[in-house]
Structure formats: C-alpha cells, structure tokens
Design a protein around this ligand. Structure first.
Ligand code: NAP
Ligand code: GDD
Length: 328
C-alpha cells in the first residue's frame, strides 16, 4: 500500500484554499492548513470539513501561523514535513493594496520567501505551488501567456511579481520543485464579498428579494477573464504532479467587462441593472488594469486542463447561490 501523501495549504480559509482542501481530502491526502488567529471566526469556508484532530482517522489538521512570522513557519514546516506545499495565503485585494502597500509587500511578497526558506532549511523534498497572478501582467496588452512581460499596476501586482521570481529562483538555485500558477480571475459562491463578481451577484439577489435597492460600483469598463474556482484548484494540483516543474497560465480565454457581468447577474433575477447600479469613485484604483485575457494553451497541452464554466454560466451559479443563501 502506498504511503498517504501530506500536503500543507497556506490560506486554507480563503476561497481557493477551501476548494483545494476538499479536493485533496477526496484524493486521500492528509491535509494541513495554516490559519490566522482572529477575534472573530474565520473558518466558515472550511467548517464543513472539520475533523476531530484526536480521531486516529483524522486527515485534516489546522495550525495557527502567519506569513509574517518566520520562526513559526520554520517550526511548522519541520513538524509537518509536507510532500506538497500550496502557498495560497496573501493580502489578495488589489484596491486594498494601495492603502496598505507595505503590509501587502510583507505578506504577499516576502511571505513567500519566508516559506521557501523554511522548506530549504528543513532539507525536505517538497513540491511547492506559488499562487501567482494575472495581475502581474498589468498594463501589458492581452492575450497574456507564460512569455508575456510583467508590468504590474498595483502594490499587490508588484508583490506577486516578487513572489513569482523568488519561487523561480528557488527552483533554479536550490533545485526545488517550485511552480508558478499564473491564474486569471476565478470566482465562486465562496469568493470574498468585496471582490466585484461576488459583490454584484450578492447585490442582484438582495435587490430582487427587496433587501436592498442599489449597489455602488467603480469602473465598469475593465475587461477580465473570469473562470470557476473549483476547476482552477484542480489545475494547481495537476501542476504539482507533472514530471518537470514549470510555470503555467490558467484562464478561460474569454473577455467580458464588469458591465457584462452586472448584466448577466441582473438578467438571472429578471431585473434591469441600469435602474440599480450607481457609481462610486471610492471603488476606482489609482492605476487600473484595463484588460486581462489569458492564453492557457500550455496548461491544456501538458496538464490536459481546460476551463469549462464560462462567465455567463458563472454569473448564474453565483447569483443563484446568493438567492438560495438569502432565502435560507
Ligand atoms: P482569499 O480568499 O483572499 O484568501 C486569502 C487567504 O490568505 C485567506 O485564507 C487569508 O486568511 C490568508 N492570509 C492573508 N494574510 C495572511 C497572513 N499574513 N498570514 C497567513 N494567512 C494569511 O484569496 P483566494 O481568492 O483564495 O486566492 C488564493 C491565492 O491566489 C492568493 O494568493 C491570491 O492572491 C491568488 N490569486 C487569486 C486569484 C483569484 O482570482 N481568486 C487569481 C490569481 C491569484 P484569513 O481567512 O484569516 O483572512
Ligand atoms: N472589488 C471591486 N469593487 N472591483 C470593482 C468595483 C467594486 O465595487 N467596481 C468595479 N470594479 C472593477 C475593478 O476596478 C477591477 O477592474 C475589476 O472590477 C475586478 O476587481 P476585483 O474583483 O477586485 O478583482 P481584481 O481583478 O482586481 O483582482 C482579483 O484577480 C486577480 C487576478 O487577476 C483578485 O482575486 C487578485 O487577488 C487576483 O490576483
């Protein structure tokens, strides 16, 4: 019988971390996740996966830790000795990164080095996934693939470029199996409520149900390539099973504006969006990323990965989930 594989997920309480934990548990892994201590509960996305850690059959274990706490990362990596590390934790909000540029650099950027260094110091044979982002392409026009030059437009994008290169450097300098998944926007009913797709889907449902009347948004002209998060975590896993470590784009290859996504969600509930969507400059960014459209040919050819759910269906899935949740 083969040995149970151990994986460590940073950011397990986030959108992607929760889907990835589900996937790895289904695949028979022992899953370890790093969570942050907070004054309120922050594990709602993974509560359905809870297992008593004292149960001899338990395969999900949670550990307190933080990307800014290097000694804790060193201790945890040595203790868990994972065969696979999925590094998903980050201050991941682009707009917020303009307000907290230093903190974003410390967590999203240097946090990656702390984790890689903890793995190197432990001297363990570990495969490492870095959650890189299409935000790194920033101002470089689409279509964007693995060879497209980076031109980040936010402190978040700049921190992710640093994370990308430090992961590549550990691959080249220390012969580590480290890969960058350059993921375009991916969404789901578990998306954070302040990201635009979830905000729109939630608003459409609440307006339909008579709870709210309006929603305030910023730039409706931005073009994004929105996919479905559960498919993207499958892509992450496939990247760590490949023969050779290399970097991959995951994207749908489709282009829609924020306005299009608004229309899809409001159409789902049978409302005219123009009667309910208002403009608020608070949601504009000092520098915007106008257009992200990915080319995932490499992932399709090497990993056999291809996005199935496209934005119109995604908007329906998310809006319906909001209706269902609000109706209880
Ligand atoms: P998310 O929902 O915002 O989750 C972020 C996770 O990181 C949460 O678990 C959060 O913990 C944790 N975290 C934040 N700061 C931390 C710190 N200092 N120490 C330890 N943990 C910390 O993000 P996501 O959408 O799942 O994205 C996962 C990763 O992929 C992120 O690195 C993101 O930047 C990247 N990415 C996302 C997309 C996308 O479209 N979703 C696209 C490309 C790349 P709390 O729950 O305690 O806040
Ligand atoms: N959040 C937000 N809120 N965005 C708005 C709003 C609003 O009220 N109104 C318009 N937008 C526009 C933003 O200006 C941006 O052009 C677009 O909607 C998408 O914004 P977000 O949903 O916040 O996502 P993002 O594209 O900035 O970043 C996400 O995707 C990246 C991958 O490209 C995040 O998940 C990042 O962590 C990820 O790396």
């Amino acid at each position: 019988m083969s040995e149970t594989k151990r994986a460590l997920i940073t950011g397990i309480t986030g959108q992607d971390g929760s889907y990835l934990a589900e996937l790895l548990l289904e695949k028979g892994y022992e899953v370890h996740g790093i969570i942050r201590r907070a004054s309120t509960f922050n594990t709602h996305r993974i509560d359905h996966l809870y297992q008593d850690p004292h149960d001899p059959d338990a395969r999900l274990f949670l550990h307190y830790g933080d990307l800014t706490d290097a000694s804790r990362l060193v201790t945890l990596i040595a203790k868990v000795a994972p065969q696979e590390v999925y590094h998903l934790a980050a201050q991941s909000h682009v707009r917020v990164s303009f307000d907290e540029p230093e903190y974003t650099g410390n967590t999203t950027g240097v946090g990656t080095t702390r984790l890689l260094e903890a793995i190197r110091m432990a001297g363990i044979d570990t495969r490492f996934y870095q959650a890189s982002s299409s935000e790194m392409f920033g101002a470089t026009p689409p279509p964007q693939n693995e060879d497209t030059p980076f031109y980040p437009r936010s402190p978040y994008g700049a921190a992710k470029v640093y994370g990308y290169w430090i992961a590549r450097n550990y691959r080249e300098a220390h012969d580590m199996y480290a890969v960058n998944g350059i993921l375009f926007n991916h969404e789901s009913p578990r998306r954070g409520e302040t990201f635009v797709t979830r905000k729109i889907a939630r608003a459409a449902a609440r307006i339909k149900l008579g709870i709210d009347t309006d929603v305030y948004l910023g730039n409706l002209d931005a073009v994004r390539d929105w996919g479905y998060a559960p498919e993207y975590v499958e892509g992450m896993w496939r990247m760590l099973q490949a023969d050779e470590p290399t970097d991959y784009v995951l994207a749908t290859g489709t282009a829609y504006t924020v306005r299009d996504f608004v229309r899809f969600c409001f159409d789902h509930v049978g409302l005219d969006w123009q009667e309910h969507v208002k403009f608020d400059r608070t949601y504009l960014r000092p520098t915007e990323v106008d257009s992200l459209i990915g080319d995932a040919t490499k992932a399709q050819e090497i990993l056999g990965w291809k996005a199935q759910v496209l934005p119109p269906e995604l908007a329906s899935i998310m809006t319906q989930a909001e209706l269902d949740a609000h109706r209880g």
